[in-house]
Design a protein around this ligand. Structure first.
Ligand code: AMP
Length: 398
C-alpha cells in the first residue's frame, strides 16, 4: 500500500508555556435538526492535545469549520453551541468570539490568560478560507504565537486555516493528527493479509478514484450502499428507482472490465422499499428482482452473511461508508452487521468516516476496533497514496 511517510514535529517538540496557541481542529460534528450535537467523537479526539496545552500553561485559541455555509455568515452553522460542551469537557473557561478574524478576535486572543480557551466562529463564514487567501491567513495568524494542526479530517484540503496560516507561524501537529498518521502507517505500510476494504455510502464521485487506486493493494473490496447500486446498474441490472450516480456508470463499467475488478464483491440481494421512507413497505429481493419503482436501501440477508464472513476472517480491514440508509432502523442491518464483523475480526481494523463511526458507536463496539479515524475524505486520500497538504506544511521532526 502506498502510504506516505510523514515525520512531523508535534506540540511535545515546542515550548507552549505562556504562548497563544492557535489550534486548527475539525469540529464539523453531526447535529440534529434543532442543531444539537449528536456525536462527540471529533471533539473528544482533540482533548489529549488541548489538555496537554492547558497543562503546559498555554492560551488556547480554537478554530474550525462546520458544514458548508459557502462563505457567508449563516448562524445555522455557528460554532457557538460548542462552547458549553468544551467548557464541560475541559473544565476551564471557554470564551466565544463571533468572528474568526478581525479586531475583536485579536483583542480576545490577547486577553486570554494561561489555561484559558477561546473558540472562534466558523472559518467558512469567510469565502477566503476555502480559497487559501493569503491576507485572510495572515489575519488568522495574528491570533496565535504558534500554530497546531489537529484536524486530521480536514488536512486533505489546502485551506487558509490549514496551509496559508503556516506561512506566518511555526506549525506543528497535534496528538490526534499524529495518532491518525502513525496508526495508518503502522497498520497499512506492510499490512497482514488478506486485506479487505469495505466501502459504502452514497457518492460514487469521491470514491471511484480511491477504488481504482486501492484495488491493486487489497485482496477483496466489498461494495455496499448506494454505490453498490451504481455498480449493479453498470452490470445491467434494473435497479428500479434506486439511487445511482448515472454520470459515473461509464467509468464503473470500464473499471469492471479490468482484471483487478475480480477482487470486487457486490451484493447478491438487497432490501428494496416502496419509497425512501423509514416506514415504507420493504422486502428482501435478489439484485435481479428489484420491483419496478422500488428503491434499494440496504443489503440483503445473503449479502450480509457473505460480507460478515469475509470481514471476520480478514487480517486487515479498512471500512469507510454505510452499507445502506442506516439512519432509518429498518435499513440499518447491513451497516450494523459490518460494524459487528469488524468487532469480531481477529486482525487489524481501521474504521473512518462519520457514518461508519456512528454505526460503530451505536453497536457499542468501538473498543474492539484497532483504529478509529476521525477523518473521512482525508483517510481515503491518504489510502490513495496522495499527499495531504495540511500535513506537508508542518515542520519536520529531526
Ligand atoms: P456518503 O456521504 O457518500 O458516505 O454517503 C452517506 C449516505 O449514504 C448516508 O446518509 C446513507 O443514508 C446514504 N446511503 C447509503 N446507502 C444508500 C442507498 N442504498 N440509497 C440511498 N442512500 C444511501
Amino acid at each position: 500500500m502506498s502510504i506516505v511517510f510523514y515525520n512531523k514535529k508535534t506540540v511535545r517538540d515546542i515550548d507552549v508555556n505562556g504562548k497563544r496557541v492557535l489550534v486548527r481542529v475539525d469540529y464539523n460534528v453531526p447535529r440534529d435538526e434543532a442543531g444539537n450535537v449528536t456525536d462527540l467523537t471529533r471533539i473528544n479526539g482533540t482533548l489529549p492535545t488541548l489538555q496537554y496545552l492547558l497543562r503546559h500553561n498555554a492560551k488556547v485559541v480554537l478554530m474550525s469549520h462546520l458544514g458548508r455555509p459557502k462563505g457567508e455568515r449563516n448562524l445555522k452553522y455557528s460554532l457557538e453551541g460548542l462552547t458549553p460542551i468544551l467548557q464541560r469537557l475541559l473544565d476551564v473557561p471557554v470564551a466565544f468570539c463571533p468572528d474568526c478574524v478581525g479586531a475583536e478576535a485579536e483583542k480576545m486572543s490577547k486577553a486570554l490568560k494561561e489555561g484559558e480557551v477561546l473558540l472562534l466562529e466558523n472559518l467558512r463564514f469567510h469565502k477566503e478560507e476555502e480559497k487559501n487567501d493569503a491576507a485572510f491567513a495572515k489575519k488568522l495568524a495574528k491570533l496565535g504565537d504558534v500554530f497546531v494542526c489537529d484536524a486530521f479530517g480536514a488536512v486533505h484540503r489546502a485551506h487558509a486555516s490549514l496551509v496559508g496560516v503556516t506561512e506566518y507561524l511555526p506549525a506543528v501537529a497535534g496528538f490526534l493528527l499524529e495518532k491518525d498518521l502513525v496508526m495508518m502507517r503502522k497498520l497499512l505500510s506492510d499490512p497482514a493479509r488478506p486485506v479487505v476494504a469495505v466501502m459504502g455510502g452514497a457518492k460514487v464521485d469521491d470514491k471511484i478514484g480511491v477504488i481504482k487506486n486501492l484495488l491493486p493493494s487489497v485482496d477483496r473490496l466489498l461494495i455496499g450502499g448506494a454505490m453498490a447500486n451504481t455498480f449493479l446498474y453498470a452490470l445491467g441490472y434494473d435497479m428500479g428507482a434506486s439511487k445511482i450516480s448515472p454520470d459515473y456508470v461509464p467509468l464503473v463499467r470500464d473499471l469492471l472490465q479490468k482484471d483487478v475488478a475480480k477482487k470486487i464483491v457486490l451484493p447478491v440481494d438487497l432490501v428494496a422499499a416502496e419509497a425512501f421512507d423509514a416506514n415504507a413497505r420493504h422486502r428482501n429481493v435478489s439484485v435481479a428482482r428489484v420491483p419496478k419503482g422500488w428503491t434499494a436501501l440496504d443489503m440483503g440477508k445473503n449479502t450480509i452473511r457473505t460480507y460478515s464472513a469475509i470481514v471476520e476472517s480478514a487480517k486487515t480491514v479498512i471500512w469507510n461508508g454505510p452499507m445502506g440508509v442506516f439512519e432509518m432502523p429498518a435499513f440499518a442491518k447491513g451497516t450494523e452487521a459490518v460494524a459487528l464483523a469488524c468487532a469480531k475480526c481477529q486482525g487489524a481494523t481501521i474504521v473512518g468516516g462519520g457514518d461508519s463511526l456512528a454505526a460503530i458507536d451505536e453497536a457499542g463496539v468501538g473498543y474492539m476496533i484497532t483504529h478509529i479515524s476521525t477523518g473521512g475524505g482525508s483517510t481515503l486520500e491518504y489510502l490513495e497514496g496522495k499527499h495531504l497538504p495540511g500535513v506537508e506544511v508542518l515542520q519536520n521532526a529531526r
